[in-house]
Each structure stands twice: as C-alpha cells, then as structure tokens.
Design a protein. Structure first.
Length: 489
C-alpha cells in the first residue's frame, strides 16, 4: 500500500489546531471502544479518534491526512458486522457520531435531509407525525446510523417490498479524499450524468466521507397483517417462500428462523414462538383492508399447502409488535446461548434456499459447530450464525472456515457473498471467488479515480490481484498479472 505516514506528532499537532481536546482521543483507554465494529473477531487500535461536528472540520481533517498520507476510516455507530470500520494502525478513526441532526423534513415532497449520525429509527420517529416513515429497517435500527446504512447499502425486514438503502436515498453529500465537498444525486427522481449516487451507496467508506443524506419517505400503509407459520421441516418453510412469491404476492416482510434461533429468541423475548417447531415464517402484508382480506386468505392457503403445521395471524398491534420484536432481537438472543458466534451474510436465488439450508446443515456436522439460521427469506438473504467458543484452541479458525464455505456455496448457487453487511475486512478472500481478474481490475480503477493514495478505509472490500493469485483464485500469466498497470496498494 502506498501510504507513508510522517511522524504522528505532526499529525496530532495539526489536528489539535482544529478540534478541542475532548474531541481528539489518543489515550489507549479512549481508543479501545473503537478497536472493532460489531464483529469483534478483528481488533486494532488507531493512532487517534477524531470527532468533528461540522463539514468544514471534516474537510480540514481530510486535507491534513491527505498531505501526511495518513489513512482515514470513517465510523458511524460501529454496528457493522464485517470489519468495515476496523481501524488502520497507522491512521485515524473519523467518528461521525456528532453529526446527529435532522436538517429538514419535507412532508409534501416526502423527503428528509439528515446528517450521517442520525439513527435509522430516529428518521421514522421524526416522520411519524406526518404519517410517513423510512422503509429500510435493519435489525440494529435502534442504534445504527443512516451514514453507515448508506455505506453498507443496508436492508432489513421490509427490503423485500420496499428495497434496500440504494432505493430509498435521493442525495448524498461526500467529502472526497482531497477534502472537496461534492453532492451526488438530488431531491428529484433523476439527475443527469453517471449514477455516482448508486456507486457511493454500498462503497463502505472507500470512495468518500458521507456528511449529509436526503432519504425518501413513504406513507404509512393503511393496514398491516402479520402471519406466523410453523413447520416441522426447515426445507418446507423455505419452499413456502418460493411458493408465495411465485403466486405474485410480494409481502412487506418475509422472515425465516430455524429451531435453534426460535428457542434462543423465545427464551430472551417471549415473543410467543413455538419452540417445538423446526422453523417459522413471519409474513407481513400491507395495503388496504379489502386487498389484505384476499391476500391473507391466499397466503394462509399457500402456507398450509407447503406443509405448515400451524398458521396464526396477529390479532392486535401489540401482538404484531411482539412477533417482530423476536425477529429483531434474534442476534442478541443467540448471543445468550454461546460464548461467541460468527454471523455470515450471503444471498442466493430464492429457489435455492432449501438446498442451501440443507448443505449448511451438512457443513455444521462436518465442522462440529451449531448454526442458528435467521434470515430475510423473501430476498434470499441468509444470516447463518455459527456458534463457537473463542476460548477453545482452533474454534475461531474453524468457524471462519465454516463461514467461508457458506459464502462460497452462495456464489456456487448463483448468489453473492453479501446481502447487506458488506465485504469489509472479513470477506476479502471470498471476493476472489465472486469476481474474476478483469472485474477486480475495474474495481481498483474506480477506487484509484476517487482515492489515488488509498487513504480512505484502506485494505478493505477489494482484494489485491496478488492476494487472489496466492489463493489460486486467478491466474498469473508467465509469472505476471494480466493487468500490470493497475495501482498496487
């Protein structure tokens, strides 16, 4: 990597000219909370953590780091699950938690302008008095921030019908690697030129620092119905998903949990889940009362034809909230039954869900590690939670190999190594499986165009071609890569 930081003293002296002492953290005890994101497998300490509160401060910080060739890792709430906010040991963490203001609510235009540190749930809470809400709702929505959501292209329970973050953001302002403020997109439905807004969404802090976001708001649906179906076989629940979509019904949410996840969640949340079921499906339908009457009847028939042993419908808003509360709390619930767990995030075509779950079961037996499956079944976004004990020699490495096998299985089945958690540091090797040499070369060229010195979140998302060659994933021609001219970071 072409980064040659000068003395840390020069860096800290320059940063102290911009920020008050309490917003420039350098003591080890102050840096420790920033050593990892929501995936604690990888941990590092940065040189410093900076907490600016204005765009001008961010610009000054970036310009200093650019002049000294100091890496910068932007960080929101730190709820990411792929090591995307892992610090660089020779760089700084640019924490955006003080960018937490809602700047404008346009109820007529159904948009909201916010700073990146605004929590996902806070957007819908602020929009509620206008009968509006923000659709993408990750399980961590009570804590995760919109800047991180844009960086990771987050999804959530309702992404099946209403789309991912990329479908619900209209405009983003970023600070480039040179410290320039740039606006991508606009508050209109379309803008001329290349779609750089889509490019920045999901770029994981590699192309710019997000400092402002305009999100699209939606009217609250007039009515919602929530059904829970129980199954004796996980494969039957998976097949039911494909049957519902094939019938032309697009639920607002369609989630699957297996028995281990059910038991852990019920013990934690008391959501009313049947602990003797091998799997449950949660299906939310929304629309007018008239349309829902027909849809509920059709979906219930499909679930029974898919061998569901029981179908119930929530009878009140309180019961709906309780059923979804269990799903939202599934990850921390699983954390109560194992010293550690390793959360995977792969996506597959819906038709292959049953086959992939069956293969994961076989892999579980092979590695001798339990798996709790919790995922967005409607769009094939798997979240297998591999249970292990890091205190036992070799178990972490075994869990990592198990996770890698799951991701490579997703690619083999025509899917992707990520659905919403991103690549970060964790999935670099699997990028070599997902993409070929030419594709990775294009990724590097895009990175180089935005950030020629690779100062923004370096070492993440895009593996070097040499790394892929060492893994045997790409071929070296006569001892040299086919694309020798691309930058080597």
């Amino acid at each position: 990597m072409n980064v040659q930081p000068k003395s840390n003293n020069n860096l800290l002296l320059a940063l102290r000219e911009i920020l008050p002492e309490q917003y420039l953290l350098t003591a080890v005890e102050d840096l420790k909370p920033y050593e990892c994101d929501g995936s604690p497998v990888y941990q590092r300490l940065p040189v410093a953590v900076v907490l600016p509160s204005t765009i001008e401060e961010v610009q000054k910080i970036i310009r200093i780091c650019a002049s000294l060739r100091v890496p910068v890792v932007a960080r929101g709430a730190g709820t990411g699950l792929s090591g995307g906010a892992l610090p660089h040991e020779g760089g700084i963490i640019l924490a955006l938690s003080r960018f937490n203001n809602i700047l404008e609510i346009d109820d007529e235009g159904m948009t909201m302008r916010v700073q990146p540190g605004v929590r996902n749930l806070a957007i819908s809470e602020a929009a509620a008095p206008y009968g509006l809400y923000y659709a993408p709702d990750p399980s961590s929505q009570i804590a995760c921030t919109i800047g991180g959501n844009v960086a990771e292209n987050s999804g959530g329970v309702h992404c099946l019908k209403y789309g991912l973050t990329v479908h619900n953001v209209l405009e983003v302002k970023i600070i480039t690697a040179e410290g320039v403020l740039v606006t991508l997109g606009s508050s209109t439905l379309d803008t001329p030129g290349y779609d750089l807004l889509a490019l920045i969404t999901g770029s994981e802090g590699m192309l710019g620092i997000i400092v402002e976001v305009v999100v699209k708001l939606l009217p609250r649906p007039p009515e919602t119905k929530v059904l829970m179906a129980s199954f004796d076989e996980v494969e039957d629940a998976a097949n039911a998903v494909a049957m519902i979509i094939s019938a032309g019904i697009i639920p607002a949410g369609l989630e699957l949990m297996d028995n281990l996840a059910i038991q852990a969640t019920e013990a934690f949340v008391h959501a009313g889940y049947p602990t003797d079921a091998e799997a449950i499906l949660l299906c939310e339908l929304d629309g007018t009362e008239e349309a829902l009457t027909e849809q509920v009847s059709l979906v219930a028939d499909i679930l029974r034809n898919a061998n569901s042993i029981r179908v119930i419908m929530a009878s009140s808003d309180k019961e709906k909230a309780r059923l979804w509360a269990g799903r939202k709390a599934a990850f921390p619930a699983v954390g109560r039954i194992s010293p550690d767990y390793y959360c995977m995030d792969g996506t597959i075509p819906r038709k292959n869900v049953a086959a992939v779950l069956s293969e994961i079961k076989s892999l579980s037996r092979h590695y001798g590690l339990r798996v709790a499956n919790v995922f967005h079944a409607g769009d094939g976004n798997l979240h297998p939670l591999i249970l292990f004990d890091a205190g036992k020699t070799g178990e972490l490495e075994k869990a990592e190999r198990f996770g890698a096998d799951i991701l490579e299985l997703c690619v083999k089945m025509g899917g992707s190594i990520t659905g919403e958690h991103g690549v970060g540091f964790e999935k670099l090797d699997q990028m070599c499986v997902q993409f070929n040499e030419d594709e990775l070369t294009h990724f590097h060229n895009i990175k180089y165009a935005f950030d020629p010195y690779e100062l923004l979140n370096p070492g993440k998302v895009i593996p070097t071609l040499h790394r892929c060659a060492e893994l045997g994933a790409i071929h070296i021609h006569n001892g040299e890569l086919a694309h020798p001219d691309i930058p080597r970071f």
